[in-house]
Design a binder for this molecule. Structure first.
Ligand SMILES: [Zn+2]
Ligand SMILES: [Zn+2]
Length: 584
């Protein structure tokens, strides 16, 4: 096991070196096509590499082919990479025509600069690189994007070329296939094709409009979510979307979170703030009466819509938005109840993920950061409690030192989708800060007031991000219980429509979402469209089916089932719905 890990680590290092070397080769290729190029930086990334260029014109996808051809030539020439250490002055002269490199040289604390040459091309870099260009055996340029120099929107916008490289052609091919599959499953594309949701620049970027079909999926999720909360002793609450600015002063959001908030609104001389979080609202309700230790824990859940300001550059479909609904809950408990509560939350979150078809996940425990609220003692206790809870659940986890929120440690669960990609998922956070700020107490057995412990948690994340993840995980083919249309009747000819309508009505009376495709189109076209719409069951009816009161079932994956009595089909679909099966 240890041996394998060592080998894996070595492989990762080797890959980084290959990729980073490929970025140098790409830079040389770009320079040969655009002699006036000004170079930014060119690191390796988790999936490949990039290099930023300042060029006299905008690159087009066709340019990538020309750059790749030049790169192939440089690789075929198998030119060695050579390392030199030069005085900063010499380096400044060498990179005299390169303003971005000069800026980097001036920022270096050392007297000397390391430069690397391959052929006549020279770049400043710490290395390491492959010995010679011929060692880059499998690469591909992927895309072009704008990127501000040093990520600063006040600095020039450069053109970034993304590429990737692997040790072998086979590995590269596998990766490119995975990319193509991911592109097919892109939730922005499928969201449109399946008519699930839309975003409207003219109404504000990052704000989601849920169309009937998307709203139906969300409704099913929310309905299930609420029932499961009631089962686990939660209460559902609702709180307003705006509150006077004073509330956000007390909570500390105004001080620590302002950059992520929409600006306040002035009304009749008072300032109101659209909420970036639901917590203060729940605290107000908690404090509406004196709480006894006997009442605790209180578990209050809210599908709370919040608004946060994100820069336009980072917005992305449903996964980075400016308005979203958290599947939020706050648990108010006594310190001695914390462990059981955390166990309950993590168990709940894993149950939810499993139900939605996510069997693989990673668990991270984030501990005390440098800047923190509360005492060391309280932190120690809470962190130990989280560890104990995870141990009780027999869950493997990693520790992310110092990555907790300033107000307390947290457990994050990220889910793995069907393509092996990870998505940010449920979170459980202990909070010492808000109970202090709002003076959140309970009356103990001793008759004195004690500070309550507060836990913030989600078991999905947010409805928007979870939906985006769900769409890509299933490639739009939702499990039956979530499918907006669960069965579509396809009459072969007009004279079969009446029977089709009767069957559909029968299915609907059982709560099954059934429709009839009565358009005067060919059957094959209707089947193809239903398949594209990822409708799990197509029921084809013609003379034979009408005569024998049966239905012929075709599944969206292309499988055909024999003609069967309607009651048999009903059994099948109702069982898929009731068990929330992920197969049809
Ligand atoms: Zn380098
Ligand atoms: Zn909260």
């Amino acid at each position: 096991m240890v041996e394998k890990e060592k080998k894996d680590a070595h492989k990762v290092e080797r890959l980084e070196i290959i990729r980073h070397s490929a970025s140098h080769i790409m830079a040389e290729a770009v320079a040969s096509l655009f002699p006036d190029v000004k170079f930014g930086i060119g690191p390796s990334t988790v999936d490949g590499f990039y290099y930023d260029f300042d060029l006299p014109r905008s690159l087009t996808p066709e340019d990538l082919g020309a750059i790749e051809a030049k790169m192939q030539k440089i690789i075929a020439d198998n030119v060695p990479f050579t390392r030199e250490e030069v005085d900063k002055k010499i380096a400044s002269k060498l990179f005299g025509a390169q303003p971005y490199k000069l800026e980097l040289i001036n920022e270096l604390p050392d007297k000397t600069v390391t430069i690397y040459r391959q052929g006549s091309f020279v770049d400043m870099c710490r290395g390491p690189h492959v010995n010679s260009t011929g060692e880059v055996k499998a690469f591909k340029l992927l895309s072009i994007a704008g990127a501000y120099w040093k990520g600063d929107e006040h600095r020039p916008m450069l053109q970034r070329i993304y590429g990737t490289a692997y040790e072998s052609k086979k590995e590269l091919e596998d990766y490119l296939n995975k990319l193509a599959e991911a592109a097919k499953r892109d939730h922005r594309k499928l969201g449109k094709a399946l008519d699930l949701f839309s975003l409207h620049e003219e109404a504000g970027a990052g704000l989601v409009y849920w169309h009937p079909k998307g709203a139906l999926v969300r409704h099913e999720i929310e309905d299930f979510w609420k029932k499961e909360h009631f089962k686990r002793g939660y209460d559902i609450v609702y709180t307003p979307h705006v509150a006077k600015i004073d509330l956000w002063k007390v909570s500390g959001h105004l001080e620590y979170y302002r950059d992520s908030m929409y600006a306040p609104m002035e009304m009749e001389g008072l300032s109101y703030q659209v909420k970036p979080m639901n917590c203060p609202g729940h605290i107000l309700m908690y404090k509406s009466q004196l709480r006894s230790y006997r009442q605790l824990p209180l578990r209050w859940a809210e599908l709370g819509t919040v608004y946060r300001w994100e820069r336009s550059g980072v917005l992305h479909g449903l996964t980075r938005v400016r308005g979203f609904t958290q599947d939020d809950a706050h648990i108010f408990c006594r310190p001695d109840q914390l462990e059981d509560e955390v166990v309950g939350v993590v168990e709940f979150a894993l149950f939810m993920l499993k139900t939605f078809g996510f069997d693989e996940y990673e668990v991270m425990l984030s501990t005390r950061p440098d800047k923190y609220a509360g005492t060391l003692e309280v932190w120690e206790h809470a962190t130990e409690t989280l560890k104990k809870a995870l141990a009780r659940l027999d869950i493997d986890y990693e520790i992310d030192p110092g990555e907790g929120v300033f107000y307390g440690p947290k457990i994050d669960i990220s889910l793995k989708d069907s393509l092996g990609r990870t998505w940010q998922g449920p979170t459980t956070q202990v909070d010492f800060n808000l109970p202090e700020r709002f003076d959140v107490n309970y009356v103990g057995e001793d008759g004195a007031e004690h500070r309550a412990v507060m836990v913030h948690r989600t078991v999905l994340g947010s409805m928007e991000r979870f939906m985006g993840c769900l769409i890509e995980h299933y490639g739009g083919a939702f499990p039956v219980w979530l499918s907006p249309v669960q069965a579509v009747m396809i009459p072969i000819a007009d004279q079969h429509s009446e029977y089709a309508r009767k069957v559909a009505a029968d299915l609907r009376s059982e709560g099954i979402r059934a429709e009839v495709d009565e358009r005067s189109e060919r059957m094959n076209l209707k089947i193809r469209e239903a398949q594209l719409q990822k409708i799990p069951y197509m029921l084809i009816v013609g003379d034979e089916e009408v005569g024998s009161s049966t239905v012929t079932v075709r599944l969206r994956d292309g499988r055909n089932l024999k003609a069967q009595p309607l009651s048999d089909f009903k059994k099948r679909i109702l069982s898929a719905i009731e068990t929330r099966s992920t197969t049809i």
